[in-house]
Design a protein around this ligand. Structure first.
Ligand SMILES: [Zn+2]
Ligand SMILES: [Zn+2]
Length: 378
């Protein structure tokens, strides 16, 4: 959301500015669809379309040519291969990007203000004529793209289709985590039972600060492939109350802060209650990438490193078995490699299970009734 606040600020100062907006990316291109960058007539810039020489070159184009005279929106295709005569980006990562250029001025201010007030809840529609925000409208996907020709296009971005980081426990680590996660484009929600906590009062990064009854926490923390949960409540007892409710639910990530000893004790108690091992295996605990972190900020970095690793793995949920899987690991658009293999005979994944999920495809071993039936017949 920060880029929109920056755009509003510049427009209110009567600056002219150009928005560069990545509307398509393929291969190992550094800037993915939805990346945005702005350049103003003071030579200032904000955001990124992937960095590197390509970005530098396009920023120069904005400064030297586009900011000098009015223009209509246009597209620029960038192919990152060194041996190409045209559209060459100067980068060698063999990806491809299409970037739309929009001049923004005072006339755009009303919808930008509306976008900020609605906290992005709506659709950004960018076509060959202009770019505009439609409040409260929704899409079932992050993007919708129609590129009819280099001069006719319509790209829709669901601004709310963003990963959500639920932080249960609003102490110092929760505060540091909120700050960094916000910068990394997560929508942050913080939960804490303790009312009047000063780290909650100081948390301006979270979209919502909720004071729930931990025994009802499952009512607050939504399930889904875009939902990431970090559990760091005040104590062992509360962690257990919360974990018991969240374990059976489907999240992209569920991690718990605590020493190995604490995790062991807690898990063995939950085992005794009859909670199956597969569910416990899903919990990332001890949490984070091991970097010897000690301060709240360092712990936040270690957690986010793990979470971003997963987010970049781009998981989605299989329409057949409902397990999450790495999008890139499957040859079919909506089926995990296992279901694609069982139903359509695509090459099987050589699953290697660790912590209850395959390290190659992220599948958790779920099998639908239909696949069970097929396997029964064969
Ligand atoms: Zn499946
Ligand atoms: Zn696998």
């Amino acid at each position: 959301m920060q880029i929109w606040a920056k755009i509003e600020e510049w427009l209110q100062k009567n600056q002219s500015l150009i928005l560069m907006y990545v509307i398509d990316s393929q291969g190992s291109s550094p800037g993915r669809a939805g990346f945005k960058m702005i350049v103003n007539d003071q030579g200032e810039m904000y955001g990124s379309i992937g960095g590197g020489f390509m970005e530098h070159k396009l920023v120069e184009l904005c400064k030297k040519e586009l900011l000098q005279k009015p223009f209509s929106p246009f597209l620029k295709r960038q192919i990152h291969r060194p041996d190409l005569p045209k559209d060459r980006s100067g980068m060698i990562c063999s990806g491809e990007q299409t970037i739309a250029f929009y001049p923004l001025g005072k006339s755009h201010l009303p919808w930008i203000t509306e976008l900020l007030e609605a906290k992005g809840k709506g659709l950004l529609i960018a076509d060959h004529q202009d770019i505009v925000f439609h409040k409260n409208e929704n899409l079932s996907a992050p993007f919708e793209s129609r590129l009819s020709s280099p001069s006719v296009w319509r790209f829709t971005e669901n601004l709310r289709f963003q990963a959500v980081l639920h932080i249960i426990g609003g102490g110092h680590v929760g505060l540091a985590l909120s700050r960094f996660a916000c910068e990394l484009d997560f929508t942050v929600k913080v939960y804490d039972e303790r009312e009047g906590l000063n780290t909650l009062a100081r948390n301006h990064f979270a979209e919502a600060v909720i004071v729930p009854d931990y025994s009802q926490i499952a009512d607050f923390v939504a399930e889904g492939a875009q939902q990431y949960v970090v559990l760091m409540s005040f104590g062992y007892r509360t962690d257990k109350v919360i974990l018991r409710q969240l374990l059976p639910r489907e999240y992209a990530y569920l991690g718990m802060l605590g020493s190995r000893a604490k995790v062991e004790t807690l898990f063995s108690e939950l085992r005794e209650e009859g909670i199956p091992e597969e569910l416990l295996d899903r919990v990332h605990a001890p949490i984070g990438v091991q970097i010897g972190s000690k301060t709240p900020a360092e712990i936040a970095v270690s957690i986010l490193a793990e979470v971003i690793g997963l987010r970049n793995g781009e998981t989605q949920s299989c329409t057949e078995c409902e397990s999450l899987y790495f999008t890139k690991a499957s040859q079919m658009a909506s089926l995990c490699p296992e279901c694609a293999h069982q139903i359509y005979g695509y090459t099987a994944c050589q699953h290697v299970f660790e912590k209850g999920r395959c390290v190659h495809c992220h599948w958790d071993g779920s099998v639908s009734d239909y696949v069970k039936k097929i396997k029964g017949k064969s």
